[in-house]
Design a protein around this ligand. Structure first.
Ligand SMILES: Cc1cc2nc3c(=O)[nH]c(=O)nc-3n(C[C@H](O)[C@H](O)[C@H](O)COP(=O)(O)OP(=O)(O)OC[C@H]3O[C@@H](n4cnc5c(N)ncnc54)[C@H](O)[C@@H]3O)c2cc1C
Ligand code: FES
Ligand code: FES
Length: 465
């Protein structure tokens, strides 16, 4: 069993042993490698100043990630490109850097390497970008002084074909498919090893994308007695559709999941479009979002109304998602169990998903909802309703669902359903919203749903009557 970590950084191989493997990539780059172009500001994945490109064995391309919340151990076998590795020579800038100079895209410059790396990531998969792609691609990067206009102009002016792609410049990945154990960290190559490591290390924390765990470590001094990464278990890279069910392995990133569901579950793809940032979605996993168990996890309301099934230990046990959460971050998961896959039905019924947050991009939800209706004509046969942000876990609303079943889909029905929904929950006040605000949202969302789904048809019918 290997007892050191191996990474490529700007084409050079680095071998890291012992405690050094537990520092963040950003700190290692700045303090050990001397690659100080990578900046650290928030240390919680919010500002993008620390953006670098990474490629793991399972990835075709280099992708932007936040190096401040990734630790070296979890990156074993990856190849990394920093702003220092972008241009081909010391005298010629990469087209993105050149465009930032020409368009005056930097003032103090502290955020600039992060913007440059996020933009360089966009040109890894295409040669031209439009304004929407730029705005979406830069939701994870904050600039406090230049303003976004010149930065967007810079990205619009880039011809990505004029420079080599990083996958061609740095095609090599370190040879690291074998199991590795460094101190309290283990990244085994097989599921059996992973299960036995978890069984043998009580309190072991699985770290996948680390977009939750990395923030706890940086901001809450979180130190797990042992850490386990599943990233080398190739069978958990699975992402496929089988008879109307999408099977998502534990290693599937949120970004790959978003791409896969875009034509299949457009409503959930709409939520994924405003989930975190590209950097977060390139590292974080769907199963991590489920296992984290936040009552405002954005993927959960859909998974609840779609009846998603969690597969544990390769099918040794399966748990429906709405029975997995036993309380605030308490799970029906035994100490030696790992979520290996999730099976998600593609819902063809009438469906709407909602995320309410203070701003549209890169914000934590105050309230989330999924409303699903099976209909015959105007009549509701069955309703599935899940709310997030109103209880210690995401919840179904059985009384509201039962009220809707068998009713006509009128505004009056949904206003009444909203009042029942309000009565069915007991939200708390926190920094994202007061209990009263959440109660009002819980009620109003039902009428909003009616206007969005039936309002137009009703108005048309009346107009033609
Ligand atoms: C800046 C920022 C923005 C964010 N934006 C959003 C957002 O918009 N919406 C949202 O819902 N979340 C958001 N998050 C939270 C986070 O990105 C997601 O919850 C993500 O899906 C976590 O996945 P991960 O692979 O990084 O999990 P990790 O951090 O690796 O793990 C999270 C938890 O899940 C457990 N776990 C992971 N995999 C397994 C497994 N296979 N079996 C059992 N347990 C497992 C871990 O032990 C840990 O307890 C954001 C986070 C940051 C830092
Ligand atoms: S330092 Fe802000 S995202 Fe990493
Ligand atoms: S140039 Fe100063 S923060 Fe962006």
């Amino acid at each position: 069993m290997r007892d050191y970590i191996v990474l490529n950084i700007n084409g050079k191989t680095h071998r890291i042993e012992g405690d050094a493997a537990f520092q963040t990539l950003a700190n290692y780059l700045r303090q050990d490698v001397g690659a100080t172009g990578t900046k650290i500001v928030c240390e919680e994945g919010d500002c993008g100043a620390c953006t670098v490109l990474t490629r793991r064995a399972a990835d075709a391309d280099y992708r932007p990630v936040n190096s401040c919340i990734l630790n070296l151990a979890q990156l074993d076998g990856s190849s990394i490109v920093t702003v220092e590795g972008l241009s081909e020579t010391k005298t010629v800038l990469h087209p993105v850097q050149e465009a930032m100079v020409q368009c005056h895209g930097a003032q103090c410059g502290y955020c600039t390497p992060g913007f440059v790396m996020a933009m360089a990531g966009m040109f890894e998969v295409c040669d031209r970008v439009n304004e929407k792609q730029i705005r979406d691609g830069l939701t994870g990067n904050l600039c406090r002084c230049t303003g976004y206009e010149p930065i967007i102009k810079a990205a619009l002016s880039v011809d990505g074909a004029s420079a080599a792609k990083m996958r061609d410049r740095y095609p090599e990945l370190p040879d690291a498919g074998d199991s590795v154990t460094v101190g309290r960290f283990c990244a085994p190559a097989t599921l059996d090893e992973a299960i036995s490591f978890k069984r043998g290390h009580p309190g072991c924390t699985i770290v996948q994308g680390g977009t939750d765990v990395g923030v706890w470590v940086n901001k809450r001094n979180y130190a797990a007695p042992a850490m386990l990464s599943l990233s080398k278990i190739a069978s958990l890279n699975e992402l496929r559709e089988e008879d109307g069910v999408i099977v998502v392995g534990a290693n599937t990133t949120l970004a790959d999941f978003e791409t896969f569901i875009t034509g299949r579950i457009p409503q959930l793809a709409g939520i994924m479009a405003i989930f975190g940032s590209p950097q977060i979605k390139n590292a974080g996993t769907l199963v991590g979002n489920i296992a984290n168990g936040s009552p405002i996890g954005d993927t959960l309301p859909y998974l609840f109304v779609a009846g998603a099934m969690l597969e544990l230990n390769d099918g040794a046990r399966s748990v429906p998602i709405d029975r997995f959460y036993l309380g605030y971050r308490k799970f029906d998961l035994h100490p030696d169990e790992i979520i290996t896959r999730v099976r998600i039905s593609i819902v063809h019924d009438t469906l709407k998903l909602y995320k309410v947050s203070r701003r549209k991009d890169l914000d934590i939800s105050a309230f989330t909802a999924a409303i699903r209706l099976a209909m015959t004509g105007d009549r509701i046969d069955r309703a599935g309703i899940a709310y997030g942000g109103v209880a210690p876990t995401v919840i179904r609303l059985p009384r509201t669902e039962a009220f809707l079943a068998g009713k006509s889909a009128t505004l009056d029905t949904f206003e009444h359903a909203g009042r029942i929904a309000r009565d069915e929950i007991k939200p708390i006040s926190d920094v994202r919203g007061s209990a009263d605000y959440r109660l009002q949202l819980a009620e109003n969302i039902m009428a909003k749903f009616w206007y969005e789904v039936f309002g137009e048809t009703t108005a048309l019918r009346l107009a033609h009557a």
